[in-house]
Structures are given as structure tokens and as C-alpha cells.
Ligand binder design. Structure first.
Ligand SMILES: [Fe+2]
Length: 476
């Protein structure tokens, strides 16, 4: 059986929710100074009342919490009880279309059904004394940080209600709030965005004060509907977006003939627009054709912007992401690429910072938007020709060296960097989940961020899917 099939089979359905379960530490020891809360989000199940979801972005969101204290680890996990989740549980069947999964029953059951399920499965952020489960196509959900109970859908006192035309409101009553907000390390303000389809296609941007109150959103007209998953916020508060050229077959999506995922395709040969948004307006620069899910970081250096993106050569075949493969084919990840943007010269240069394939990057959060040196990620050395991203890697953007720790055949997840207070940029720990192929269960690993040495492992009682993104907070 291919490794991806083993992983997907073992993690397709998490049935049990745990509450502050103390996990056995099975290797090494968790340092006492590594004290706080790791929250993660991801799909808890890929099978819904017997019906498999067709795309890994569709599974129902499950937030997990790891409370590290005194060298011990306490684990909780809980599905996000979205409105749609509760309705479907009551009905005992799938009632909503998802991003990549149409309802069973074909054309008749999907025609003109444009209310998609909020999967609440992509990220979790702690800001303004609130824990929010995020999904880029809709509202966040407010989660109790102790119990993980879903408290409410959350719209920042109405800020996320769609105030555009009646037609826009008909299509989307609420504004989307992406799963990649950025917290400015100097001010503590949270910045975010959403891509809004309607009479006009818009990029809507948000700013939230440290105590959690949001300003009214700003709207920026897009040349066309696009797919933006992440952005960069510099210390000087410039927001950088890659407007990548994609085409949506809206007619077939509306008609229920295709899921939104199946309706997207790359527009090869078109330029990527780089938008730099700040208080004075929007500047546009042009780069070659590519697609980007995630950015590692970006910062200003005089009249130059340096943006480190995980660049894909082409728009990925979304329908095939995470699907079982024929045998163990070799994964194709993204390349960490530095875009050097001359703001006065309107030039854009690209340079690869590592030859590794990678995804789900992480940096020392204190360096977000500032000059920095290190990126950690899931990775694969192309020379090893391994089927998945089996390595945890550290890229030194200054020397262009890449350090790696190979877990093959096991699979690590996003390595979240937890800095050591007062330490150097790469001093601290990486917290990552690891799916053990032999035991078919998941462990939480703490690694030395500088050397990638594994210093402690705690065993979960089940196979928790690796999920997408997480956050760390020392205190609640
Ligand atoms: Fe993401």
C-alpha cells in the first residue's frame, strides 16, 4: 500500500474527542521552560456519514490543544460545531456542498446550491483574548480556549457582514476572513483579507486592534476572480498580495456540474500581479506566471521589498491534491523563492533560496515582516526521491544552506517555531505532529529549532490527521 493511502486510511475519521488527556512522554523530555498552549486545526474526518469528501480541504474542522506545563503534555480535541455541522449531524447526512465535494445525487441536488459548508478547518488564531477557528471562505468561529467548545460564529460586531450591493449580499451575506491573518509584532494589530465574489470581484482587507475591535473593511477591486490564500505584512505595514492568474468556470459551479475546485484552472502565459497595499493606495508589479499558497516572510529594505514565497511553477491540479496515488510517486512541492521588488524601478527578480521542495513554512514570529534569516518547513530533498514531504527542514536565507531531518517513512506536519524568550532568531523549539507509519498513530514532537534534534515525543492515543496550521500562546 502506498504511504499516502496508509495515512489517509488511518486518519479518515477521528471519532473520539479527548479532554485534557495526559499524554505519555515516550522519548526524551519536554523542557519546563517550554510552557504554554499549542492549538492546531485541520480536518477531523474525511468521511461524512459514509460519504467520502473528494478534497482534503473539505473535511470537518477539528481543533486540537496541547497544554505543555512542567514537562507534561495535556491533549484535547474537538470538532468545530459550525451551523452546517450541527444541521448535518441532526439530519445524519451531508446537506451542503463543499469547496471540492458536490452533494451525492449529481446535477439535481447541486443545481444553483451556492451555500457552501464552512469547514472551519484551516487555522486557529489567538488574538484580542479570543481563539478563532478560521476558514478562508467564510466567518471565523469563536472557540473556548479551555474546553474547545464552539461558542458562536464571529463577525467582529457586524464588520464581517456584507454591506456591498443587494446582489453581492445575495451571493455572500457575509465576508470571507482568510485563514492567514498576520499579527504585527510591533503594534499587536491583526491584519487579514478575504477574496469576495460578486457583481465586482474584490479583495477586502481588515485591521483589528490588539484588544479585538475591528475597523471597517477596505475594498480593492480585482481585475478578475482569483485565488489568494496568504499574504505578507511588513513592519512598515505594507500588505503584499500575489494576484495569480486563474480562471473560474462560474457557470458550471452555479449549475452544480462542477465543484468550485474542479472549476479552477491556471491561466498559463499570464503574468502574476504583485499588489502592495498601504495607506497611500495600491502599487502593482508584474512577475512571471506561478502560483503561491504560502509565504514564509517579507520585509522592506529601503526602496526594495523582499518577499519569500513558496512558489509553484503552475496552478496545482486541485482535484488531485492529497488523493490516493498509484504507488509511491514522488511529491512535487513548492520552491522557496525570493522576490526582490524594486519599488522605484518597478522591477521584480526571482531567486530560489533552497533546492528542497517544501510546504507549510514557519518563522520566528518576532521576525514577521522584519529582516530575518531562517525558515522552517516540511520538506523533501528531490535527490532522495521520496513519495511525500518526509523531512523537517531549516533554510538559512543568508547562506542558502538547508538543514534537514528525515523521518521517512513517517510524515511530519507543519513545524511551528516557538522562540526562546530573549534568544537568537533560531533559538527555541519546533513543535510538530508526526504520523508514525508503523504504529499508525500520531505523536507530538519537540525539536531543537537550531539543530533539528528531536528532544521529546508524546504519544497521542489515536491517529490525529496532521492538519494544516496552528498557533502557540504562552498564556491564555
Ligand atoms: Fe494555509
Amino acid at each position: 500500500m502506498a504511504l499516502i493511502d496508509t495515512y489517509l486510511e488511518a486518519t479518515k475519521l477521528v471519532e473520539k474527542e479527548y479532554e485534557n488527556e495526559e499524554l505519555p512522554v515516550v522519548a526524551g523530555s519536554f523542557p519546563e521552560e517550554l510552557s504554554g498552549y499549542l492549538f492546531r486545526n485541520g480536518t477531523g474526518r474525511m468521511v461524512h456519514h459514509g460519504v467520502p469528501y473528494q478534497h482534503p480541504f473539505d473535511g470537518d474542522g477539528m481543533v486540537s490543544r496541547f497544554h505543555l506545563t512542567g514537562g507534561k503534555v495535556f491533549y484535547s480535541n474537538r470538532y468545530v460545531r459550525t451551523r452546517e455541522f450541527l444541521e448535518e449531524e441532526k439530519a445524519g447526512k451531508m446537506l451542503y456542498r463543499s469547496f471540492g465535494t458536490n452533494l451525492p445525487g449529481g446535477f439535481a441536488r447541486n443545481f444553483m446550491r451556492m451555500r457552501f459548508k464552512n469547514a472551519a478547518n484551516t487555522n486557529v488564531v489567538w488574538h484580542g483574548g479570543r481563539l478563532l477557528a478560521l476558514w478562508e471562505g467564510g466567518l471565523p468561529h469563536l472557540i473556548h480556549p479551555d474546553t474547545l467548545q464552539t461558542q458562536s460564529r464571529f463577525d467582529y460586531d457586524g464588520i464581517l457582514q456584507n454591506q456591498f450591493s443587494w446582489f453581492d449580499q445575495l451571493i455572500n451575506p457575509e465576508l470571507p476572513f482568510s485563514a492567514h491573518p498576520k499579527i504585527h509584532p510591533g503594534t499587536g494589530e491583526l491584519y487579514n483579507f478575504g477574496v469576495l465574489a460578486g457583481k465586482k470581484q474584490r479583495l477586502v482587507t481588515y485591521r483589528v486592534a490588539p484588544e479585538g475591535k475591528a475597523w471597517p473593511p477596505e475594498a480593492h477591486d480585482l481585475p478578475d476572480l482569483t485565488f489568494v490564500h496568504d499574504f505578507v505584512l511588513t513592519e512598515g505595514k505594507k500588505q503584499i498580495y500575489f494576484i495569480t492568474p486563474v480562471a473560474f468556470d462560474m457557470v458550471k459551479t452555479f449549475a452544480g456540474m462542477k465543484s468550485p475546485v474542479d472549476s479552477i484552472s491556471g491561466r498559463k502565459g499570464h503574468q502574476t500581479l504583485i499588489w502592495v497595499v498601504d495607506g497611500s493606495g495600491t502599487q502593482t508589479y508584474e512577475a512571471g506566471y506561478c502560483f503561491v499558497f504560502h509565504f514564509a516572510n517579507g520585509y522592506e529594505a529601503g526602496d526594495t521589498l523582499l518577499v519569500d514565497a513558496l512558489r509553484l511553477d503552475d496552478f496545482p491540479n486541485m482535484a488531485e491534491i492529497g488523493q490516493p496515488t498509484e504507488g509511491d510517486s514522488v511529491v512535487a512541492g513548492a520552491t522557496l523563492t525570493r522576490y526582490t521588488i524594486g519599488m522605484k524601478t518597478s522591477t521584480v527578480q526571482e531567486e530560489a533560496l533552497s533546492h528542497f521542495q517544501m510546504e507549510l513554512p514557519s518563522i520566528n514570529p518576532g521576525y514577521s515582516g522584519r529582516p530575518y534569516r531562517y525558515v522552517w518547513a516540511m520538506g523533501a530533498d528531490p535527490a532522495l526521491r521520496q513519495p511525500l514531504l518526509h523531512e523537517t527542514i531549516k533554510v538559512d536565507c543568508q547562506t542558502r544552506q538547508t538543514l534537514s531531518r528525515d523521518f521517512y517513512p513517517h510524515i511530519p506536519g507543519e513545524p511551528l517555531m516557538v522562540p526562546k524568550p530573549g534568544g537568537a532568531e533560531d533559538e527555541g523549539w519546533l513543535l510538530t505532529l508526526l504520523f508514525d507509519m508503523h504504529q499508525q498513530k500520531t505523536r507530538l514532537l519537540a525539536m531543537d529549532a537550531r539543530t533539528l534534534e528531536v528532544i521529546a515525543e508524546a504519544a497521542l492515543p489515536h491517529a490525529l490527521p496532521l492538519g494544516f496550521h496552528g498557533t502557540w500562546s504562552e498564556k491564555l
